[in-house]
Design a protein around this ligand. Structure first.
Ligand SMILES: C[S@@+](CC[C@H](N)C(=O)[O-])C[C@H]1O[C@@H](n2cnc3c(N)ncnc32)[C@H](O)[C@@H]1O
Length: 283
């Protein structure tokens, strides 16, 4: 059963207010599909009832559940292999040369969903760059949704999830089978620290970042919100740092600070005016 136009308007409003995500008129089917399991988990028999309760819930808990359910969490290990080829061939080697004195690397996977993106980075750094074993490395991994962050933190994946993107060799060496699931080994998990973060709110990440991945999330935002997020990401990115968007995403029009660079078969972004950017310390 479809929600009423008034209820759909309410859902669109909540999702826009809380996450800046724009749900179009044609996405109404998502509401029934995604909210019914949430309603049932709350002991309610219909989406209508869930929306009614959400409207009168002053704690904000149900609004959060509603927004999380309407986010698209699609992801996979080594999503867009050419991005990881470019990282391996040039971005990481260049950063290793540039940071040979401080021996620190700071990476941010913004909108990390269930963790495959930051864990892919951890797997790549550990397997392909053994000299980094003694470096101080942190991969910050954040997402709006507490539910996906909790799942990511567990480091556990189903057989279907590990089949998407992982070679048998990586699966065998980096994961341990636990019942029906696969758990990423601690040596990789320990590189990643997860937290909830709404990209449209304040970012409590104090350090300048060497590599930022904001992939497959900007598509959900208006041009204005996208420009604001990328402007702030630019400020967090070190002078010689590198930023990756999703392969179908582009920076908002009028954003002059970012310069596209071709790295093998993908476009990454660097500062157009690196001299004006953070170098070694301070936000
Ligand atoms: C399609 S997934 C992308 C995952 C990963 N970056 C990738 O490319 O495979 C989009 C993620 O963005 C998150 N998201 C949506 N709106 C957000 C916001 N305002 N702030 C932070 N994360 C958000 C969703 O919860 C979801 O996990």
């Amino acid at each position: 059963m479809s929600v009423t136009p008034a209820d759909y308007l309410y859902v669109q409003q909540v999702v826009r207010e809380q996450a800046s995500i724009i749900l179009s008129a044609t996405q109404q089917y998502l509401v029934d599909q995604r909210l019914l399991p949430v309603a049932r988990a709350e002991g309610l028999s219909s989406v209508d009832e869930f929306i009614r309760k959400t409207k009168s819930d002053s704690s904000g808990r149900l609004r959060k559940l509603l927004v999380e359910a309407l986010c698209t969490n699609e992801t996979s290990f080594f999503r867009d292999q050419n991005v990881y080829d470019a990282l391996k061939a040039s971005v990481i080697p260049d950063l290793i040369r540039a940071r040979s004195q401080s021996r620190t690397l700071r990476i941010w996977s913004a909108a990390c969903s269930t963790g495959q993106e930051p864990y892919t980075l951890a797997i790549m750094l550990r397997r392909d760059f053994p000299l980094l074993a003694t470096w101080d490395i942190k991969i910050y991994a954040t997402d709006l949704s507490g539910a996906v962050v909790a799942q990511a933190r567990s480091g556990r994946y189903s057989a279907n999830e590990v089949r998407r993107g992982l070679s048998p060799d990586v699966l065998a060496s980096a994961f341990t089978q636990v019942g029906d699931e696969y758990e990423l080994k601690k040596e990789y998990r320990s590189l990643v620290s997860f937290s909830e973060l709404n990209l449209t709110a304040a970012w409590p990440i104090a350090e300048p970042i060497d590599l930022i991945m904001i992939r497959n999330v900007l598509i959900y935002f208006s041009a204005e919100v996208k420009r604001d997020i990328l402007t702030r990401a630019c400020k967090k990115l070190r002078a010689d740092g590198c930023l990756f968007l999703g392969t179908t995403e582009t920076p908002a029009a009028g954003l002059e600070d970012l310069m596209p660079v071709w790295l093998k078969d993908v476009i990454a972004y660097r500062h157009r005016h690196p001299q004006a950017q953070p170098t070694r310390s301070g936000p």
